[in-house]
Design a protein around this ligand. Structure first.
Ligand code: HEC
Ligand code: HEC
Length: 292
């Protein structure tokens, strides 16, 4: 009798293991197909300015959009993560040094990456937040590209991406923003220019950069990956609703909240928000406070 029970338990457990392995295999094959698909978008060209005001605007955008957090301080590329669970995630070298963008990488290739989320060859970019950069105004897009195209060359050859099992499963379940190419409305044209007067409208435009973590409705949610803190509500129903504008600005420029909580830059990129102008932070506050 006992032996029979053991036998059946054994078969049952082996069944579970087998089911888990085949589910994982299924997910990883599905992800691989999605990651290696070739997309074709009509080539786009926009006028790239060369004046110093536009270059300065581009530099500011690089700072406030967190490009350096992933691509490195000099945009020389960086291994963002390397462990057994999530795997190796690499943000490319955006300079024209060794290991960087090829000499043939032109304005339409920049647009393919920033508007559509694909490499020069039409393959999807992994973990590049193109679903956010695609919402930049044409004017900001041009300034960003203008700045990026004149940064000094850095020689930095990086290894390839190599997703681990946790990244595969989370991406399959839609809990990790792996393939922005799938999220973008590719037919949506760029707005010519964004509202740059201080206030909620400017705040809404800027807050696109917060939505990836704080969610589309800015009400926060589960941690972004295992081991990270939950993401707080930053609308008026969260702590922010009780803060004055000055406290909000102080939090986002110092990493310390009025409640005395210290934000780690790896969790909440406050070194990035610290680079917003006071006016931009004020607009973000106005916008977030306007959300019930
Ligand atoms: C969350 C991290 C992250 C942020 C923020 C980010 N990138 Fe990326 N980016 C990546 C990763 C990762 C890749 C490489 C994807 C790949 O090779 O599949 C990438 C790829 C690119 C590429 C394509 C390069 C190529 O080889 O085709 C360009 C261009 C680019 N990023 C520009 C930018 C700019 C400009 C910004 C700021 C507005 C930015 N990125 C912000 C992670 C990021
Ligand atoms: C990479 C993900 C990420 C991005 C991008 C991000 N945040 Fe956060 N933010 C977090 C996380 C995670 C926390 C909570 C950290 C903790 O608990 O220590 C947080 C905390 C905060 C807090 C403190 C809230 C509280 O209740 O104490 C504010 C305010 C905030 N973020 C505002 C912003 C704004 C504004 C933006 C966009 C300009 C932004 N964040 C972009 C992840 C992010």
């Amino acid at each position: 009798m006992i032996r029979k029970i053991f036998k059946w338990t054994g078969i049952f457990l082996a069944g579970i293991v087998l089911a888990a392995i085949s589910t994982y295999t299924y997910m990883s094959v599905a992800m691989k197909n999605r990651m290696t698909k070739t997309y074709v978008f009509e080539k786009e060209i926009i006028e790239i300015p060369t004046d110093s005001a536009a270059i300065a605007r581009g530099k500011h955008l690089v700072a406030i959009k967190g490009c350096q957090d992933c691509h490195g301080n000099n945009l020389e590329g960086k291994v963002m993560n390397d462990d057994g669970a999530i795997g190796r995630l690499v943000a490319g070298n955006l300079t024209h040094g060794k290991g960087g963008l090829p000499a043939s990488y032109d304005v339409s290739d920049w647009l393919a990456a920033l508007r559509h989320g694909v490499h020069q060859d039409g393959k999807p970019l992994l973990f590049m937040p193109s679903h956010e950069t695609t919402l930049l105004s044409a004017q900001d897009m041009a300034a960003l590209i203008a700045y990026c195209r004149q940064i000094p060359k850095v020689d930095n050859t990086l290894p390839a991406n190599d997703l681990g099992p946790v990244a595969v499963i989370m991406s399959y379940l839609g809990k990790m923003p792996l393939l922005s190419v799938e999220k973008i409305d590719h037919n949506k044209p760029m707005v010519a220019r964004a509202d740059s007067t201080e206030g909620a409208a400017q705040g809404k435009y800027l807050a696109v950069s917060c939505s990836g973590c704080h969610r589309e409705n800015f009400k926060g949610g589960e941690p972004l990956a295992p081991g990270f803190p939950p993401v707080p509500d930053i609308t008026r129903t969260g702590h922010v609703g009780k803060w004055t504008k000055a406290q909000f600005i102080a939090t986002l420029t110092s990493g310390k909240t009025p409640e005395g909580h210290v934000l780690k830059n790896e969790d909440m990129p406050w070194k990035m928000t610290a680079q917003y102008t006071r006016g931009e932070l004020s607009s973000l506050y106005d916008f977030l406070q306007s959300i019930q």
